[in-house]
Design a protein around this ligand. Structure first.
Ligand code: F6P
Length: 407
């Protein structure tokens, strides 16, 4: 079978395997390559066995569970093989595949096709925890209280860990840090079709639709005061309602906000109009900390601390508020927040972030190339939002009006 390829994902649950699998499938499909995904979890969920979500189903000592999971794996191997024998070019198996034995079976079944294993790891505890919490919302756990779902899921992961053997002997293998979207190790023996493309896809962030919103008008905004934790004015609430109406045609599985009241009050009506929309507040998206100037107006700062105003005027990007932050010192944490967003969001889903003026400028600068000193001046209105689309083919930034929906 020349020119064909089998890609096999490998890793513990909640390590971003499906995101990477989906990203590869979607992009090479756009390259006009016939590709198909085979997911063992989906195969398992259509089994007539009612207990296939219970943790003990995944115990290596549960003979029935082992046999059924083996059966799912074999069904998918057969489907993937048939697909490649037919006119398919790239088959992708999305499953844990944590044991060497399972991977040997795959290599033996596909003796005449190059097999590329991609192992996904993530050592970022916080991101992992947030991802687990998100998994607890999945259909198979939805009937349970969140804490119980998390415990069950953790037990399931424990079983996988007990038999985990990292990639090592496989002929072709890539080790990926799925939180950082970077390749940690790679080794190939065979000629792998589309290798350069796949490598590039793994390390490229793909954003289907990212809606970057600034919170609605606050009482502090009215007085031109910075920082604080003020709530929305009547106009701000009307803006939030208008946003909620505007976004009803879009499916938003998660809305990311900061820890501040104003972003949550803006996001709340939007979430209410969605079905199964969860909220994730990330401290990484909190507004720039103005330190000793927090709660003051720009005029008050100018009058009482002219050196602050002057230093900021000379280098707004590099300047750090006394006992606070600056754009430069905030960059790392905001990008970390974005990494969390990418990690927690399914590749095919739309993303919404409700943030603040300075934070949103940093977020936008991640996607558009701007001189650093220009970042603190990026236009960030409250009556419009940025609609961002990025993939290996295009980059689109559209400043979109939603105020038509204000009733
Ligand atoms: O004025 C609203 C606000 O979000 C403040 O809380 C923050 O300090 C400021 O915008 C950031 O904008 P700039 O860097 O232009 O002062």
């Amino acid at each position: 079978m020349t020119g064909k390829l089998l890609i096999v994902l490998m890793g513990l649950p909640a390590r971003g395997k499906s995101t990477i699998a989906g990203k590869i499938a979607r992009t090479i499909e756009l390259d006009d390559v016939r590709v198909r995904l085979f997911n063992n979890g989906e195969q398992r969920r259509i089994l007539p066995n009612e207990n296939s979500s219970a943790p003990d189903f995944f115990s290596p000592h549960n003979a029935e569970g082992v046999a059924l999971r083996d059966q799912c794996a074999r069904i998918n191997l057969k489907k993937a093989r048939d697909f490649l024998i037919d006119s398919g070019k790239v088959a992708i198996i999305d499953a844990s595949n944590v044991s060497r034995k399972r991977r040997q079976l795959i290599e033996e079944t596909f003796f005449d096709v190059p097999v590329l294993f991609i192992e996904c790891v993530n050592d970022d505890e916080e991101a992992l925890e947030a991802n687990l919490e998100r998994k607890a919302f999945l259909k198979e756990f939805r009937h349970l209280p969140a804490r119980e779902a998390l415990d069950l899921f953790a037990r399931r992961i424990g079983y996988y860990e007990s038999i985990y053997e990292p990639l090592d002997k496989e002929r072709n293998r890539i080790l990926v840090d799925s939180f950082e979207a970077c390749i940690l190790k790679e080794h190939t023996t065979d000629l792998i079709p589309y290798y350069d493309r796949i490598r590039d896809i793994i390390t490229t962030r793909i954003v289907r639709n990212l809606f970057l919103l600034r919170h609605g008008q606050t009482f502090f905004n009215l007085e031109d005061r910075i920082g604080g934790d003020s709530g929305l004015t009547e106009k701000g609430q009307a803006q939030a309602q208008a946003l909620a109406r505007h976004f009803t045609p879009w499916r938003l599985p998660i809305i990311f906000t900061s820890n501040h009241k104003r972003t949550q009050q803006t996001a709340s009506p939007i979430a209410e109009k969605q079905e199964n929309c969860s909220f994730i507040a990330l401290p990484e998206f909190n507004e720039i900390d103005a330190g000793i100037c927090d709660g003051m107006t720009y005029q008050e700062i100018k009058e009482t601390m002219p050196t602050v105003t002057e230093a900021r005027r000379l280098d707004k990007y590099g300047y750090t508020y006394p006992k606070g932050e600056g754009y430069a010192s905030m960059e790392k944490r905001v990008h970390r927040g974005l990494q969390k967003v990418f990690y927690l969001n399914n590749i095919d889903d739309n993303i919404m972030i409700v943030g603040h003026q300075a934070v949103n400028r940093m977020i936008l600068s991640y996607f558009i190339s701007r001189l650093k000193e220009e970042v603190p001046f990026i236009y960030m209105p409250q009556d419009r939002y940025y609609h961002i689309q990025v993939d290996p083919y295009k980059r689109i930034f559209e400043l979109t009006n939603y105020t038509d929906s204000i009733g």
